[in-house]
Design a protein around this ligand. Sequence first.
Ligand code: FAD
Length: 406
Amino acid sequence: MSAGKISDKSMAGQRRIAVVGAGPAGQSAALALARAGYPVTLIDAGPGPAPAAQAADLRVFALSPASLSLLAELAVWPPPQPERISPYRRMHVWQQDPLRGLELDAAALGWSELGCIVEHGVLQHALAQGVASTPAIQCHWQARVQALDQGADEVIVQLEDGRRLSVSLLVAADGAGSPVRGLAGLTVRRHDYGQSGLVANVRCRQPHEGTARQRFLPTGPLAFLPLASGPCDCSIVWSQPHDQARHWRQAPAAHFEQALTAAMDGWLGPIELLGERALFPLARQLAERYHDNRVVLIADAAHAVHPLAGQGLNLGFLDVAALARILGAAARRDLDPGLSALLARYARERQGENALAAHGFDAIAGSYGLAGSGLDGLRDGVVGLLNTMPALKRQLVMVASGLAGR
Ligand SMILES: Cc1cc2nc3c(=O)[nH]c(=O)nc-3n(C[C@H](O)[C@H](O)[C@H](O)COP(=O)(O)OP(=O)(O)OC[C@H]3O[C@@H](n4cnc5c(N)ncnc54)[C@H](O)[C@@H]3O)c2cc1C
């Protein structure tokens, strides 16, 4: 395509929205905004859709009921490989004594599940199929945004290959490092946890029984999420100081397996490593403002949180739902989607909630960080006491599932 400004107001009377980033948040935003009536341009640096790999992906998400209902509304859930999703019905969290930890059970709430574990590639493939079958979405792959010109009536998005797109609104869904956020001059507050999340797929001797487990160790939380690939297969996220995480990533498999088995006090039996290990540095990062002059941030571009509660993408999907609802109402009244008042409304709905969640996860991590202080047994006891308070537990699950207040 030749350089020069492309008129992207192609659908009569309709204002085009560009979404930068085709991760799960960007693809779902493109779908939701197209359904809300907008022509959408989706821009990503990557090569475009790929089929989900045969082998189980190292990156998985625990998706909440609110996320699953958004995906169902977008007609991408269940995904084309339903055999690769793993519903989880129970959650078990403890510090020292698993028998005194917190247990949450879907059945006690009258639900069939608390959520689903899905592989990154399986989710991305489902979303990509939805995007490909939506004529209102135009995709630009292997395209990076180089510059923005944020005017009163439009924002001009200049791509690295010289193309220039004129749109009414630019949605930045380009992840925690968000180049668009920087181009728009939006800043973040960052707190480095000094930890990395070591992720791997493992096989335990004991079956997972559809239970998501998390043990708080003195060095950080260790989560086991049930996988669909086998009754004893789990995805783990082991948050640890960087040097320890690096050590365990490189350690011979047998040493790693022993350490992991010991870290769970043998509760799941001997544990076998399946394949690779990967590290993700962990930081809390919150944008100070969510919008500026026709540019709006969603998902990791706006907020990155500790993975201990498995809520990062779930918060991102709540951003998508809120933005699409507000801009859908604007489309019905023929309002310009880049209006500052609309973006401020979205920010009011989401910014406080995301910050509260991020600091809430830190408070949980901090309270368990007292391990070794003599309070550990007490903490398991207090948490265990919650098991006798069904109303409070229900409220806890409603918050974690993204359904509180709905
Ligand atoms: C160890 C770990 C475990 C986690 N577990 C969970 C969990 O169980 N549940 C959960 O909800 N969340 C979880 N999270 C959080 C979750 O991974 C993130 O919230 C989610 O991946 C963010 O998705 P996104 O679409 O915002 O960004 P990304 O997935 O990072 O996508 C960003 C996209 O932007 C594109 N891009 C970047 N720069 C440019 C550019 N210059 N131009 C064009 N395109 C660009 C990239 O190619 C990419 O496609 C976990 C995180 C970690 C680290």
